[in-house]
Structures are given as structure tokens and as C-alpha cells.
Design a protein. Structure first.
Length: 733
């Protein structure tokens, strides 16, 4: 064992069922409790519980239990915290919703008294709050906000009420401006942003703008609005599908790069080396499913003047996960070369490129978590016996942990560097609601679970403040999360009396026997018997059970779990069995085991992935729909059915490239006709050369891929079903 653990003999840890428990979980928690130390800084993060919903919490960084910072929307509704952005003085901006103002701009210094509404910008309903926050080099923050007088425009703030102002009314009146993509900060304090159409009159058709945060300092740069990569020296590279442009932020310093090979269809990736960018080109007509995949992907490096080929790799279905920017000019490739998987690290030069892992060793690497300083964490091996946590540094690796103490996998985008030089990262949880957070100083002794941060999601919902505010005294020893209190019925397995009464106030007030109420009325009314079985979800996901008119709960307990049916959005029984082979060996019902034993043992309840249940529209991407609209996923409603019946009228998008609101706004004849925009596009719009969104140009797709055009296929339907997996290029409208 690499961790300093408290001695726990696996034979002494028993489940109520009599099967031996896995020793990894208790040991992991014991080690964390024994060694958890702090960085001395304060963290703010979003955490949700039954009493408050999602609200802002704070930890003082010492390992002590975190506390609710402020209950912005009292009660279980929650404040829907988002857009956390650090200010120059160490405080943080964020957006939150309360019952009086809707979504607005807030600020915090990590104390309850220092957490307050900064500016009530939207004087309307407040249903659309500020967004697109970008910290600028001069300490200010730029963002997009909307109100009744000006519509949607760019604002800037220094974190004070007087220093929060509308930058420029680019479009006069309440209509506002339509922005495209993120705001990019320039190293000198300026920033660039894009609009979908001209907003300054007939003199310019520009969509790319550069600004210093003032009206007079905002000028049109060019008509580019595509993928971009910013270098530390202040140059911005942009790709518009037919050529690469480099700019220093001035019209005279903006030029098209000459002599770049095959830039039609190039994709910019990330900075590399001292002053270069990496871009990718896929051979025309190549497919990941046949012999054309070999050497079909070329990676080039350019500094804006000269360009050279870095390497050629095979086209595979994992193309989107092939390149990882490690920072400090280094890039890690997880690719296949001549049929063999390889992990390659490079600084963009031939002499600075080398193979780190090859063949079977490379194939055992899961996610790559960049530390942002030229290094990365990876996990190699899939079994508990062979798994190891490795630090990638240059052309070598160093083992940090091995065996059962190693996280099962990494969340690639969750690494956060703290002020003391240590890192925290999230163990990728496949939808687990209580995510496992780890802290590491890149040594075995300093790598452990951080139990005080259990249940949070790193990334945009976590921020380290610049100062450590004074907080009320808390217990010095962090405690594991409090487990729910159950009151299991002795008559019906998994009927939780306490849960049923808490969630059904009318039953509690009437004084009737809760189990009898459930059996006679509750089950038929869709009332759930416990926290992890959802009757509505089960029936929506299993129309055969619904048609048979049988009890959903009875069906699951008798046969559903054996057939691999999910109990609810919050519990995937098949995944639980995969993760817990001792439960499989005993032939136990996974939900029964988890609620009676696994929950108390710290085993994970893995979130289910809903599936489509009816006839599917080719343009409804069920995976996208469920991931984007969790309210639909939690109910288990068929994605196509929901979009066709309700979704399009609610402004929801059927896939990542069909923008319902955009389509109706652009084509007012469709809006006036009151027809479903997706059906219109599928039956008429594509043939009439109408685009589905600003992100996808169907005509350009057909022009680029003539096999699709010759087959007479709908361009977006082809891309959703085939093109994206074949690595085909798309073009914005």
C-alpha cells in the first residue's frame, strides 16, 4: 500500500449479508482522515442537499468540514450557482438565482457578510442571467448580460457596483446583440469576441471584434468567427475552414497565412513549443472503419511563418480524445500509429517528440488529466491489482500510487492547482452524485481522498479564493458525509417508511399506515417507495411494463433487476454489479444490496443512462438530449417523444447542431406557421438550403463530402448518425 492507512483487516469488515466487503473503501477514507491537511486557502463550491438545494458552500482548506456560505434561495429550491470567476483582489463573481431578482450578478469574499448581490442588471423577470464570463489581464471581468432597455450586450466589472457597466450598446434598443462563441482575453487586457451579424451599420460586415472594455476602444477586426488559439505572445490564430489567419488585434496586423498545406478543413488545436500552434488535417475521404484510416490524420505545427509536419497517425473513432494540451508548450497524443496504440509526448519539434508508452501498455491508459505545467496524471491498468497512478513529466513517468489505493479513473477536465502547489482532482464517476475528490502533492504520502469535499463537482463549480477569510470555528477532524436515516419496513423489502412520510406530507398528516397507503394508492399514483427507485422513470423506460399494467416496483424486485433494467436515474443496477463482483457472486439484487449495505460501506450508486424507447427521429440525438436536459433524463421520457411533444415549444435543442430558437428566429415563415422547426428542416429546410444553426452549414458539408450529396442525404442527419464518428469536418453557417 502506498498510502499511510489505518490498519483494517479485510476479514474484519463484513456486510450484513455475510459477504466480505472490499477493504479499499474503508482504507481510503481512513487514510484521508489521518493525513488530510489544508492549503491554507478558502474554496467555494456548489453543493446540494435536501434542505437547501444547490447553494454556495465554503471550506477553509484545512480539512475541516465545509459550511453553507449563504442560503441565497431559502429552502430546497437552490440558487443555481454558476459562472464562478475570480477577481484580482481574491474575491469571486458568480451568478445566482433568488426569488426576488431572478438570475443576477453576485460577489463573495468567502464570508456570509461578504456574499451579496452586486448588480440587479436584468430588470425584467430575471430568467436569463449574465453569462460568458472571462477574466481579463487587467483584473476586470467581461461578460454578457441582458436587460429590458438594451437587450443582450457586453458588460465589464471590477467587482464593485460603480465599476460594473455596460461596455457598448452594439445594437440600439431592446433587441440586443447576438454573440457567437466565448470571449477571449488578450494578454494586454484587451479581449476579442464574435457576433453573428453586422451590428454597426452598412460600413462593415465584421463579426470578429477587439475591445479594451470601452465603447471607443471596441473596433471591428475582420469577418472571422471560427476556432481560435491564443499564444502567450498575444497572437491569435483563427481557422475559417479554408485558410488560417493570424492577428495581433489590429487590422494592419491581421493576415492570411500563406503556404500552409491543406488548410481546407484544418482544425486548430492548442499552443505548442515556444511560439507555435498545433493543427490537424484529415485526409479527404478517409474513414475510421476501413483501410483508408491508416496514416489519414496529419498533425502540423506552425509559428505563423513556417509550417512543418509533426506526425501522421491512423484515423480512429477516438479522434476527439487524441490530443491533450499539457501546458508549457507540451502536448500528449493518445493515438494509433500503424495499427499500434501509442502515448506520445512532444514540444512540437522532431527532437522533442518521443513515445512514452507503446502497444498494450498504451491501451491500458484511460483519461489524461493535464496539470497545466507540462505534466499530467494518468491511470494505467484496469484491474485493482495492476492499476497505477502515474505522473507524466517530459519523456518519463513516475509511479505515485499502485494497487487498491489508486482512483479507478480520472476526470480529465477537473484538475485544479492550489496556492500551495498541490492539486485536487476528481475521480471520474460515470454520473455518481457524490463524486470522490482527491488531493495530491504528487507523492504517495500526500495523495489521498479529501472527504471534506465529498459530493462536489470540480471545474466551473469550484474556485479557490485568493485570501483566507476568518470563518467560525469548526471541528478539527473532518467527518465522513452523514448517511441518510432509513426506516425499512419489515413486511415489504426496500419500502422506506421514513422516506415515504417525508416526501408525502399528505400521508404523514393523515396518520394512515404508510405501507398500506403505498400498496393501495401510492404505487398507482407514482409515489416512490425509497430514494433510489423511481416509479415514473421505470415505467417511462419500460413501456412493456406500463402496457402490462403491473406494479413497477413489484416487477423490478421480481425480474427487472435480473434483466438489467435501471431502478431510477440515480441507480444503474447493472453498473453496480459490474463494480462489485462480490454482490454478483452472491446473486443479490443490486438495489437491495446498495440500500441495505453498500450505501453505509461507501460504495457508489452509479447514475443510469436513459435509453430511447420509441420510434426515433434521425435528428434527435438522445445522448445529447439527456445530457443537456437532466429533467427529461430523470423522468426517463423518450427523447424523441419529449422533443416532438414539448421540447421544441420550450426552446430545447434536438442535438448539438440544431438550434431551435435560432432556426425560428432566422426563418420567420416557419415561426409564423407554428410548425415544429426540426420536422420542417428535415422535410423542407435542408433542400431549401436553410441552415439548422450557426454551428452547422449543410451546404458546405455537402460540398465538402460529395458522397453524402450524391446519396441525396440530409447533411445534418448524416453527420449526427455517421459523420461525427468518421471524423468528417463541419463548417459554421
Amino acid at each position: 500500500m502506498a498510502l499511510n492507512t489505518v490498519d483494517t483487516d479485510a476479514s474484519d469488515v463484513e456486510m450484513a449479508s455475510g459477504t466480505p466487503a472490499q477493504a479499499m473503501t474503508p482504507n481510503r477514507w481512513a487514510a484521508a482522515l489521518a493525513t488530510s491537511g489544508g492549503s491554507g486557502s478558502s474554496f467555494i463550491f456548489v453543493r446540494s442537499d435536501e434542505d437547501h438545494g444547490p447553494e454556495l458552500w465554503v471550506s477553509d482548506g484545512t480539512g475541516a468540514a465545509p459550511r453553507l456560505l449563504r442560503d441565497i434561495w431559502p429552502g430546497p429550491h437552490g440558487a443555481d450557482i454558476a459562472n464562478m470567476t475570480r477577481l484580482a483582489d481574491g474575491r469571486a463573481l458568480f451568478t445566482a438565482q433568488d426569488p426576488d431578482h431572478g438570475y443576477e450578478l453576485w460577489v463573495t469574499d468567502g464570508t456570509a457578510d461578504g456574499t451579496s448581490l452586486l448588480y440587479d442588471i436584468n430588470d425584467g423577470s430575471g430568467t436569463e442571467g449574465p453569462a460568458m464570463f472571462t477574466a481579463l489581464a487587467d483584473g476586470r471581468v467581461a461578460f454578457v448580460a441582458s436587460n429590458a432597455a438594451h437587450g443582450k450586450e457586453i458588460w465589464v466589472t471590477d467587482g464593485t457596483r460603480d465599476g460594473t457597466n455596460l461596455m457598448l450598446e452594439m445594437t440600439s434598443g431592446a433587441e440586443g446583440t447576438r454573440f457567437y462563441g466565448p470571449i477571449h482575453a488578450w494578454p494586454d487586457g484587451r479581449f476579442v469576441f464574435s457576433t453573428l451579424e453586422s451590428t454597426t451599420g452598412p460600413a462593415t460586415k465584421a463579426t470578429l471584434w477587439v475591445s479594451n472594455g470601452t465603447a471607443e476602444g471596441t473596433v471591428a477586426l475582420s469577418d472571422l468567427r471560427e476556432q481560435s488559439v491564443m499564444l502567450a505572445d498575444g497572437r491569435l490564430f483563427l481557422d475559417n475552414g479554408s485558410h488560417i489567419t493570424v492577428t495581433d488585434g489590429t487590422p494592419e496586423g491581421t493576415r492570411i497565412m500563406e503556404g500552409t498545406p491543406g488548410t481546407d478543413g484544418a482544425r486548430l488545436l492548442n499552443p505548442i513549443g515556444e511560439d507555435g500552434i498545433l493543427f490537424r488535417i484529415i485526409a479527404e475521404g478517409a474513414s475510421a472503419t476501413n483501410a483508408t484510416a491508416r496514416d489519414a490524420v496529419s498533425y502540423f505545427v506552425t509559428d505563423g511563418t513556417s509550417t512543418h509536419l509533426l506526425l501522421k497517425v491512423d484515423l480512429t473513432a477516438n479522434l476527439s480524445n487524441a490530443v491533450h494540451d499539457l501546458g508549457d508548450g507540451k502536448t500528449l497524443f493518445k493515438v494509433t500509429v500503424d495499427g499500434a496504440e501509442q502515448i506520445i509526448v512532444t514540444d512540437g519539434s522532431a527532437e522533442g517528440t518521443g513515445t512514452l508508452l507503446f502497444g498494450q501498455e498504451a491501451s491500458q491508459v484511460g483519461n489524461v488529466a493535464s496539470l497545466g505545467d507540462g505534466r499530467a496524471l494518468i491511470i494505467k491498468g484496469y484491474s485493482e491489482e495492476t492499476r497505477s497512478l502515474l505522473l507524466v513529466d517530459g519523456m518519463g513517468t513516475t509511479e505515485i500510487l499502485s494497487g487498491s489505493d489508486v482512483p479507478r479513473n480520472l476526470s480529465a477536465d477537473s484538475v485544479t492547482k492550489l496556492a500551495d502547489g498541490s492539486f485536487i482532482f476528481q475521480e471520474a464517476a460515470w454520473g455518481i452524485s457524490d463524486a470522490v475528490i482527491w488531493r495530491t502533492d504528487l507523492t504517495a504520502e500526500g495523495t489521498h481522498v479529501a472527504p471534506e469535499l465529498a459530493g462536489i463537482q470540480l471545474g466551473k463549480n469550484f474556485l479557490e479564493l485568493g485570501t483566507a477569510p476568518v470563518v467560525p470555528e469548526t471541528p478539527t477532524d473532518p467527518q465522513p458525509p452523514t448517511l441518510p436515516q432509513h426506516d425499512w419496513s419489515s413486511v415489504l423489502p426496500l419500502f422506506d417508511v421514513a422516506y415515504y412520510l417525508k416526501n408525502n406530507g399528505d400521508v404523514a398528516a393523515s396518520g394512515v399506515d404508510p405501507l398500506q397507503h403505498f400498496l393501495q394508492f401510492g404505487a398507482a399514483e407514482g409515489r416512490d417507495p425509497n430514494s433510489h427507485f423511481d416509479i415514473s422513470f421505470y415505467l417511462n423506460q419500460n413501456p412493456d411494463v406500463l402496457a402490462a399494467g403491473v406494479s413497477a416496483f413489484d416487477h423490478y424486485m421480481a425480474s427487472g433487476w435480473k434483466e438489467g433494467r435501471d431502478a431510477s436515474f440515480s441507480f444503474d443496477g447493472a453498473a453496480y454489479l459490474t463494480a462489485n463482483d462480490d454482490v454478483v457472486r452472491e446473486g443479490l439484487n443490486p438495489l437491495l444490496h446498495y440500500l441495505l449495505h453498500g450505501e453505509a460501506e461507501g460504495r457508489d450508486a452509479i447514475q443510469a443512462t436513459p435509453h430511447a424507447t420509441g420510434a426515433q427521429n434521425p435528428l434527435v440525438d438522445a445522448t445529447f438530449y439527456y445530457a443537456t436536459y437532466t429533467d427529461v433524463a430523470k423522468e426517463g421520457v423518450d427523447a424523441t417523444q419529449h422533443y416532438m411533444d414539448f421540447g421544441w415549444q420550450e426552446g430545447r435543442d434536438a442535438n448539438a447542431f440544431f438550434d431551435t430558437d435560432w432556426y425560428l428566429a432566422r426563418y420567420d415563415d416557419v415561426q409564423k406557421a407554428g410548425v415544429n422547426p426540426l420536422e420542417h428542416y428535415l422535410q423542407f429546410g435542408a433542400a431549401e438550403h436553410r441552415g439548422p444553426s450557426a454551428a452547422f452549414d449543410g451546404d458546405a458539408y455537402l460540398a465538402r463530402h460529395d458522397d453524402v450529396a450524391q446519396a441525396g442525404l440530409n447533411p445534418l442527419a448524416h453527420y449526427i448518425q455517421h459523420g461525427q464518428f468518421e471524423g468528417r469536418d463541419i463548417f459554421p453557417a
